[in-house]
Write a protein that binds this ligand. Structure first.
Ligand code: HEC
Ligand code: HEC
Length: 259
């Protein structure tokens, strides 16, 4: 009998005897080859689009680590996969993955711990200087300093993979954190306001424009209110020299404060 079946038996017995104590879960390290193959299948269909096919990170963090920030042990890891991480972009999978599938996926995720992360080409110290001289702090906070139009970058290296960080710089309209939806509003008298939607209810929409000013617009005064799925207030830095981009990505990837 494999480890997973023992665990399921333990869970089933618990129902019969109505024991409320937590049942021992088989160790993820004990997963069989076929459990890992199943886990890989789930990972590639459900997780890879955010965490990368090799777990190296994307819009979600790299999972090529033995220690997770949000999970102290095996049970915590399975729990993250089932319940997600509330208040973050990490979604729950309790509806789409059975308990067994979540355990197998977790076992596959554990197998990334032995992967050697690919070293980044840039230099983080030079990247910090590029950050200062390019005016990024006008819109971004790092460790409490900077402007607030864009997201706080203090822990960005623990949240996004390097490929995604690079894309945020060269194609900001493609890599969009969900809280930064752009909308444009045109009043009946023809005044256009474009900005990040910071709030909305039945009667009003609240926008922050490129200068950081807030606009509270009454919907009944508007002729048009449109989402711009490809709109962004972040300028593209695709024209920076390739070496400066490498340095900047290395710097951003090194920012792990507060996470
Ligand atoms: C929509 C994108 C998305 C999908 C899909 C997704 N994740 Fe995540 N995941 C994230 C993000 C973003 C975080 C970081 C949350 C934070 O710390 O703010 C995260 C965090 C995690 C963590 C915690 C890492 C740590 O260091 O604590 C684990 C483990 C994880 N995800 C595994 C998975 C698995 C396994 C799947 C598929 C079953 C999956 N994720 C699907 C975006 C995603
Ligand atoms: C004029 C304001 C502005 C400037 C200047 C700016 N950004 Fe941004 N940045 C934003 C906004 C707004 C977003 C939110 C995403 C979007 O709208 O595309 C963002 C998003 C990002 C993201 C993605 C964050 C995430 O959670 O995925 C990174 C990384 C980033 N910026 C880095 C930089 C760096 C590095 C510079 C300087 C080279 C810079 N930004 C300059 C406004 C700015």
């Amino acid at each position: 009998m494999n480890a997973m079946r023992q665990w399921l038996c333990a869970v089933a017995c618990a129902c019969v005897t109505s024991t409320s104590a937590a049942q021992p879960m088989p160790e993820l390290a004990g997963a069989s080859e076929s459990d890992l193959a199943e886990g890989r299948r789930y990972f590639e269909s459900q997780c890879a689009w955010c965490h990368g096919t090799d777990g190296g990170g994307g819009s979600g963090p790299s999972l090529q680590r033995a220690r997770m920030r949000h999970a102290a042990d095996d049970r915590g890891l399975v729990q993250i996969i089932r319940a997600g991480i509330p208040g973050t972009e990490m979604p729950p999978f309790a509806l789409s993955l059975t308990d067994r599938a979540a355990w197998q996926t977790a076992a596959y995720v554990r197998s990334f711990a032995s992967a050697k992360p690919v070293p980044l080409p840039g230099d983080p110290e030079r990247g910090a200087r590029v950050y200062e001289t390019t005016g990024c702090a006008q819109c971004h906070v790092i460790a409490g300093k900077g402007g607030t139009l864009g997201p706080d970058l203090t822990g960005i290296g623990a949240l996004r993979g390097p490929a995604h960080l690079r894309e945020s710089l060269t194609k900001p309209e493609a890599a969009h954190p969900p809280a930064y939806l752009m909308v444009s509003a045109v009043t009946r008298s023809g005044v256009l306001t474009r900005g990040i939607r910071v709030g909305e209810d039945v009667f009003f929409v609240l926008l922050r424009d490129a200068q950081g000013a807030l606009h509270s617009l009454e919907k009944k005064t508007l002729a048009r209110l449109e989402r711009e799925p490809n709109g962004t207030l972040m300028p593209s830095y695709a024209q920076l020299p390739a070496a400066s981009l490498d340095d900047l990505v290395a710097y951003l990837a090194s920012l792990r404060g507060g996470r």
